[in-house]
Design a protein around this ligand. Structure first.
Ligand code: XUL
Ligand code: CO
Length: 439
């Protein structure tokens, strides 16, 4: 087998004093943090689409990066196999144990789904062969139900029964592949499930149909032995103006309304949370407290740009606050998928590695620092003390639903004006975080 990333060695941990750009400074797979190896805390995944397919094309210009990986023609099965070779060499050199895929990332799509499915059978056999002798597996699979023009009015939310059936067929096949490749999860990202104007849209009808498609996916998945989690990946907008899975809270409400909450969790993407006007940490917390934090699409946005820039995570504050939520959640059933792409001028093979090293080191630092925040205890102590008045007899009565507005009003009348509730101490707590980050 010819080496595709020639000249790039296996990436090793060299520590924070190393200046080797092809080495980890913080990600030390075997280092134990809070009783678990870093590699277990951080099941990283490679996103097939950004890493192996996307060459930098944007609305104003074509590819800058050559992702042919030695194939003579792109969009062929020869190219599909070259991407598998490149992907496995890439993951092995970085020590990444998982990958995520859309059906059409793996093979060129034909007009006839039977032909596409044959190609998917062939490529998944090849992937299985490559998996042998490695511990690489699929983290999650999904069907691309947004790229093809047929999905212009949505997939589960489409007005066309034929398009809906086509989406069903793609989901069925993507589930088959996910199970075949040992996937932990199956994702629904509803890029076209939404609307531009209510003048042409029956929202209730569309949402009911999305739920029906998800129920059919659960029934089929369980019937073929898929025991993992289904995920909704919330995103408020882009490409649609209003997307139904706006944020974690909206998606949780939808899952509960339609009885899908036992089989589904959420796949939270940092840049989607910020597009919804939240912090990444907010959507993680909302998922976690509802028992629905399943997996993470690791990336970051740019506050100066209003779209999904899918940058490799570099912001250590955000990564630390993310890992704080993940540790408090007892980990993830899914993992950390780098749904991230190189900037367009970072077009070389080395850049592909620098990007993953940046992302993995950022989350490793986040893990180290989040564990220190928990061990330090000052933040937990503050929160415990902040709510101390609830330990009183009256506080306990409220918590246990043993009181009434009448009783509370009587208490208020007897006490006169209550004292101020105590400082929120935000600046003190931010200083604690800085103290831990930079000690
Ligand atoms: C798009 C996005 C998708 C999903 C999978 O913003 O995040 O790549 O992760 O369809
Ligand atoms: Co994503």
């Amino acid at each position: 087998m010819t080496e595709i990333f020639e000249g790039i060695p296996a990436i090793r941990y060299e520590g924070k004093d190393s200046d080797n750009p092809l080495a980890f400074k913080y990600y030390d797979a075997d280092r134990v943090i809070l009783g678990k190896k870093m590699s277990e805390h951080l099941p990283f995944a490679m996103a097939w689409w950004h890493n192996l397919c996307a060459g930098g094309t944007d609305m104003f210009g074509r590819d800058t990066a050559d992702k042919s990986f030695g194939a003579s023609e792109k969009g062929t099965m020869e190219h599909a196999r070259a991407k598998v070779d490149a992907g496995f060499e890439f993951m092995q050199k970085l020590g990444i144990k998982y990958f995520c895929f859309h059906d059409v990332d793996l093979v060129p799509e034909a007009d006839d789904i039977k032909v596409t499915n044959q190609r998917l059978d062939e490529i998944s056999d090849y992937i299985l062969e490559k998996m042998k002798g490695t511990d690489i597996k699929c983290l999650w699979g999904t069907a691309n139900m947004f790229g093809n023009p047929r999905f212009m009015n949505g997939a589960g939310s489409t007005n066309s029964v034929d398009v809906y059936s086509f989406a069903a067929a793609q989901i069925k096949k993507a589930l088959d592949l996910t199970v075949k490749l040992g996937g932990r999860g199956y994702v629904f990202w509803g890029g076209r499930e939404g609307y531009e104007t209510l003048l042409n849209t029956d929202v209730k009808f569309e949402q009911e149909n999305i739920a029906k498609l998800m129920h059919m996916a659960v029934d089929y998945g369980r019937s073929i032995g898929f025991t993992g989690d289904f995920y909704i990946e919330p995103k408020p907008k882009e490409p649609m103006k209003h997307q139904y899975d706006f944020d974690a809270a909206t998606a949780i409400g939808f899952l509960r309304q339609y009885g899908l909450d036992k089989d589904f969790k959420l796949n939270i993407e940092a840049n989607h949370a910020t597009l919804a006007g939240h912090t990444f940490q907010h959507d993680l917390r909302i998922s976690a407290i509802n028992g629905m934090l399943g997996s993470i699409d690791a990336n970051q946005g740019d506050t100066l740009l209003g779209w999904d820039t899918d940058e490799f995570p570099f912001n250590v504050y955000d990564a630390t606050l993310c890992m704080y939520e993940v540790l408090k959640n007892g980990g993830l059933t899914g993992g950390f998928n780098f749904d991230s792409k190189n900037r367009r001028p970072s077009y070389t093979k080395e850049d592909m590695f620098y990007a993953y090293i940046l992302g993995m080191d950022t989350f490793a630092l986040g893990l180290i620092k989040a564990a220190e925040m928990i061990e330090d205890g000052r933040i937990d102590k503050f929160i415990e003390e902040k709510y101390a008045s609830w330990k009183s007899e009256l506080g306990q009565k409220i918590r246990n639903n043993e009181t009434s507005l009448v009783e509370l009003a009587k208490h208020a009348e007897e006490m006169g004006a209550p004292e101020l509730p105590g400082s929120g101490r935000q600046e003190y707590l931010e200083a604690v975080m800085n103290n831990i980050l930079f000690k």
